[in-house]
Design a protein around this ligand. Structure first.
Ligand SMILES: C[S@@+](CC[C@H](N)C(=O)[O-])C[C@H]1O[C@@H](n2cnc3c(N)ncnc32)[C@H](O)[C@@H]1O
Length: 368
């Protein structure tokens, strides 16, 4: 039995069956044995690949998006650029390189903050930013609340999908929460159900039927509300890019991935990545009640198209040796094509309500 499974089993003996969200917190972020605590999981040799790791174009376009938002904010100096869960720091490094080249005034005004719990990934991020000659040294935080309140541009790519969530199953007239308990051997983790208080269901979920699974991420909704309060009070906007659905919908989307393959959720805690679809409908509700404006979500392909991914890819083709042409084309297609990341992944903005329409979005963009 791994130390993490022993720890979880002990918790269950002491507390009874634990919620999926408690399981996710330990499996992903336990200070000693958590998945992100102990490794760099990204890249082809790792467990999964994210958009910034597919092509530099992704981070460069997001750098251009940030520069456009800064202009829309009235060019505050200083201004915070905050990334939540920056992984290897690739998105930030590509964005900052583009900003330095095309928006030097913005570059000079920037203070970079990285919100990251994993010490292993913090080291990677420091390496990625090392040669960028930033005007001010970047700083690291365990949570967004640690970043002093100021006008800010906030980025989160594939971050909300890793935040803890709970699952409820419709059974008979009521609901049961899916929890994690122990088998008869007192050592094997297994799913169990426990009657739960009725959920506050969005209207779009009113027609669930027997056996349907509904997911809620109180942590994701609370973070969206925190971001909304920050940009509403201090000025600024946040860009959240993630995979998920525009409106709340029933379905079990939790997945465990290791070496680019799916595994059982309870098979190797601490050794597999856990993630789930982001419910952008629930985030939209959280943002509205915290006094900011939500834009989108719109499909990633549409968002990157509006930011000019074709022109940026063309510029890369012109500067690249012929043998790299196919690689650049393949990477860009994967980011925007509906069969790749273009449709399932979405861009969602939380903005101060007084900002004009922001790059990549038009004033009428609701959920698509
Ligand atoms: C799926 S990775 C995404 C990495 C990066 N954004 C990218 O697109 O390549 C999730 C990132 O969030 C970090 N993370 C996960 N849970 C966190 C939490 N509760 N607080 C801060 N960082 C967290 C992980 O360590 C990792 O850097």
């Amino acid at each position: 039995m791994s130390p993490l499974v022993a720890h979880l089993a002990q918790r269950i003996v002491e507390e009874g069956a634990i919620s999926l969200s408690d399981f996710m917190v330990d499996a992903l972020s336990h200070p000693q044995w958590g998945y992100y605590t102990t490794r760099d999981p990204l890249g082809r040799a790792g467990d999964f690949v994210t958009a910034p790791e597919i092509s530099q174009v992704f981070g460069e376009l997001i750098g251009a998006w940030c520069a456009g938002v800064w202009t829309a904010m009235g060019r505050p100096d200083p201004v915070d650029l905050i990334e939540l869960g920056p992984g290897r720091g690739t998105l930030l490094a590509d964005a900052l390189r583009a900003i330095k080249q095309f928006a030097p005034d913005f570059d000079a005004a920037l203070q970079v903050h990285l919100v990251e719990t994993s010490r292993a990934l913090r080291r990677k991020q420091a390496d990625a930013l090392e040669n960028l000659r930033l005007a001010r040294a970047p700083s690291w935080h365990d949570e967004l609340a640690g970043v002093p309140p100021r006008p800010a541009i906030i980025l989160a790519n594939e971050f909300f999908d890793a935040l803890p969530m709970k699952q409820y199953v419709k059974i008979g007239a009521g609901w049961q929460e899916r929890r994690i308990g122990l088998g008869d051997d007192k050592a094997t983790l297994q799913f169990t159900l426990k009657p739960a208080f009725p959920l506050r269901l969005p209207l779009s979920l009113a027609d669930v039927v027997e056996g349907d699974v509904v997911e809620v991420s109180p942590a994701g909704e609370a973070l969206a509300a925190d971001i909304a309060r920050r940009v509403a009070g201090q000025g600024g906007a946040a860009l959240i890019v993630d995979y998920g659905h525009s409106a709340s919908t029933a379905g079990d989307t939790l997945q465990a991935v290791r070496r680019h393959e799916f595994h059982g959720i309870l098979d190797h805690p601490g050794e597999t990545d856990l993630s789930h679809h982001v419910d952008f409908g629930a985030l939209t509700t959280a943002v509205a009640s915290a006094g900011a404006r939500a834009l989108g979500p719109i499909p990633q392909g549409l968002f990157l198209g509006r930011l000019g991914i074709d022109r940026r890819a063309e510029a890369l083709f012109l500067g690249a040796p012929p043998d790299q042409f196919q690689a650049i084309l393949g990477a860009v297609r994967r980011l925007v094509h509906p069969a790749g990341m273009g449709l399932l992944f979405k861009a969602f903005v939380i903005a101060n309500a007084e900002l004009p329409a922001l790059p990549g979005f038009v004033a009428t963009d609701g959920p698509i």
